[in-house]
Design a protein around this ligand. Structure first.
Ligand code: KIV
Length: 283
């Protein structure tokens, strides 16, 4: 299968074809995503909350992101896979950022990396881009700095803060990022970013005026239970389906209905049972 590249993404933008992007953290889900026609997969540091049960993305490490990215790459060899730089992997220096971005390519074979921040992170974007690696900027609500933002809140809802979001968007493009993701800003602000920028503009919770959408897979399938942001559409309720299946299993085990011998058990090879009974009679 041919692997999607950044040129495919640019061609989709040029043709006005919307780009479908989803997070994924494991091999089977990546397989489902590719089979469903997903263009891009983000191995987000949201894996901290969706897979490990942390209360935020803060504890997530590079090693965890790399291990999950490797699994996703194997499951979706044809998708454009993006590795997410976790907190602590790029904040200290441009050198640290480049070294960790290189790890993503060498160890997990991703197509791009994503990092959070605009103006304040521009030199990191420039350094990683100069190392020959595709960078996707992430502005608006940036979960790694939710402490400074006062929680997981929509950004740019006043004229002054909207202007700051636009400045971030321009800084990300100017620094050489190949794409930008805008999270949880009003649709009017996103429209302005889309009109001003040349690079593909993606949205998670920033409305329809952009080149494509990202959702967190655990939200889309109704698996993540802690909270549901306003912008999430649940396309199924996998938590209900899984829990119902497990409840049925518990009931059947306790009632002795599972496994029934005719359907779910191996049989000895013809003639072997008699021999076996004779053998154990002698013991
Ligand atoms: O980690 C992630 O999944 C993300 C999204 C919230 C955009 O960064």
């Amino acid at each position: 299968m041919r692997r999607k590249t950044i040129f495919d993404v640019y061609q989709m933008k040029a043709a006005g074809e919307k780009i479908a992007w989803l997070t994924s953290y494991d091999y089977p889900t990546a397989q489902f995503a590719q089979a469903a026609g997903m263009d891009m997969i983000l191995v987000g540091d949201s894996l901290g909350m969706c897979v490990y049960g942390y209360s935020s993305t803060v504890p997530v490490t590079m090693d965890q992101c790399i291990a999950h990215s490797e699994a996703v790459r194997r499951g979706a060899p044809g998708c454009f896979v993006v590795g997410d730089m976790p907190l602590g992997s790029y904040q200290s220096s441009d050198e640290q950022a480049v070294d960790n971005a290189i790890r993503f390519l060498k160890e997990a074979d991703v197509d791009a990396i994503k990092l959070e921040g605009g103006v304040r992170i521009a030199s990191r974007i420039r350094a990683i881009t100069d190392a020959g690696i595709n960078v996707i900027g992430h502005i608006g609500l940036t979960p790694q700095s939710s402490g400074q933002l006062g929680g997981h809140k929509a950004q740019g809802r006043t004229a002054e803060t909207a202007e700051l979001v636009i400045e971030d968007a321009l800084a990300v493009q100017e620094a050489g990022a190949k794409m930008i993701l805008v999270e949880a800003v009003p649709a009017e602000v996103q429209k302005c970013i889309w009109e001003k920028l040349e690079i593909p503009v993606m949205s998670i919770g920033a409305g329809p005026h952009c080149d494509g959408q990202l959702l967190i897979v655990s939200d889309l399938i109704g698996q993540f239970q802690a909270f549901t942001p306003k912008f999430v559409k649940k396309y199924c309720n996998i938590a209900e389906t899984i829990t119902a299946a497990m409840e049925d299993y518990v009931k059947e085990v306790k009632a002795g209905f599972f496994p029934d011998e005719d359907t779910y058990c191996y049989k000895m090879i013809e003639g072997e049972q008699e021999k076996f009974l004779k053998l154990i009679e002698k013991k």
